[in-house]
Design a protein around this ligand. Structure first.
Ligand SMILES: *[C@@H]1O[C@H](CO)[C@@H](O)[C@H](O)[C@H]1NC(C)=O
Ligand SMILES: *[C@@H]1O[C@H](CO)[C@@H](O)[C@H](O)[C@H]1NC(C)=O
Length: 263
């Protein structure tokens, strides 16, 4: 596609989203029209298109990055605020639902659980990231935790729909998050306030895992679940570290997140 076609493509996504009256998310943030990607300062690798960069990120081929490429700020902003993010999420949650249905769960025991990550999986921190360059700024734990403590994260609409369908199928919900124990109360309140009303377990990161890789923490917690007799029928997250490691469940589902990387 030529650059002008790309511009029209993204503008049409943006306009379509506005026309749809989509109420997710309502963010008063000034984003700028797309600039040409080549030639602007600070680009990751010269000539790398942002679409290709996102492909590399979502396939876990581009790893251990600390910030998005400077030249992709507008691209990532448009993606996150436009309808493509929502559509990509829906493709994954629809597939997850088909998987759950295919297991004929009524014939199996009552120990089937679905593991959901929280941030950018069930709750969205887009209002925060919109104020911080959509991942252009390095992660700042102080300011991010202050945002978490407001309890104002949004629900990811497609994830919330899947959650409700799973509950109707009598699947137990386990939230497994990198948020820490001291954020338990605000996390519970936030989950409930946006529609996640019940769960079997909310697993937050304890002191013994601080500083350890997410993949180690999450594998350990999933192993414990299985040792307790649960069967993990599905495991959904926005980070590969939610989905790799051990005891990953029958199937894993990767939601989009081009804003940050957690190892
Ligand atoms: C679920 O039921 C359908 C229809 O009876 C069957 O074809 C399918 O093999 C079953 N799947 C499992 C995982 O048991
Ligand atoms: C992180 O955010 C806090 C609170 O907004 C701020 O005081 C601090 O300077 C920031 N740290 C860095 C390294 O930017």
């Amino acid at each position: 596609m030529s650059r002008s076609m790309l511009l029209i493509f993204f503008l049409s996504i943006l306009v379509a989203n506005v026309v749809n009256g989509s109420n997710f998310p309502i963010i008063n943030n000034q984003i700028h029209l797309l600039r040409p990607q080549s030639g602007s300062g600070g680009s990751y690798a010269s000539g790398l298109s942002c679409l290709s960069w996102r492909f590399g990120v979502e396939t876990n081929s581009i790893i251990n990055w600390k910030t998005i490429p400077v030249s992709c700020e507008d691209y990532v902003g448009h993606y996150m605020l436009g309808s493509q993010y929502r559509k990509d999420s829906k493709a994954i949650t629809d597939e997850a639902f088909l998987h759950a249905k295919s297991l004929n769960l009524s014939k199996t025991g009552a120990n089937d659980v679905w593991v959901f990550d929280i941030d950018e999986t069930t709750l969205s921190n887009l209002p925060y990231y919109a104020q911080h360059g959509f991942g252009l700024e390095r992660f700042n734990a102080t300011s991010f935790n202050a945002w978490v403590d407001t309890g104002k994260a949004l629900a990811l609409p497609e994830s919330l729909k899947l959650y409700k369908k799973l509950l109707r199928m009598k699947v137990k919900i386990v939230f497994l998050t990198g948020r820490t124990e001291d954020q338990r109360t605000v996390t519970e309140t936030n989950l409930r306030s946006v529609g996640y009303h019940s769960w079997a377990k909310l697993l937050l990161k304890g002191k013994n895992f601080i500083g350890k890789p997410a993949v180690v923490y999450k594998s350990t917690e999933r192993k414990k679940l299985e040792e307790e007799g649960y069967r993990i029928i599905g495991n959904m997250g926005d980070q590969w570290s939610d989905l790799l490691g051990t005891n990953t469940g029958i199937r894993t589902f990767k939601l989009p997140d081009p804003m940050y990387y957690i190892s």
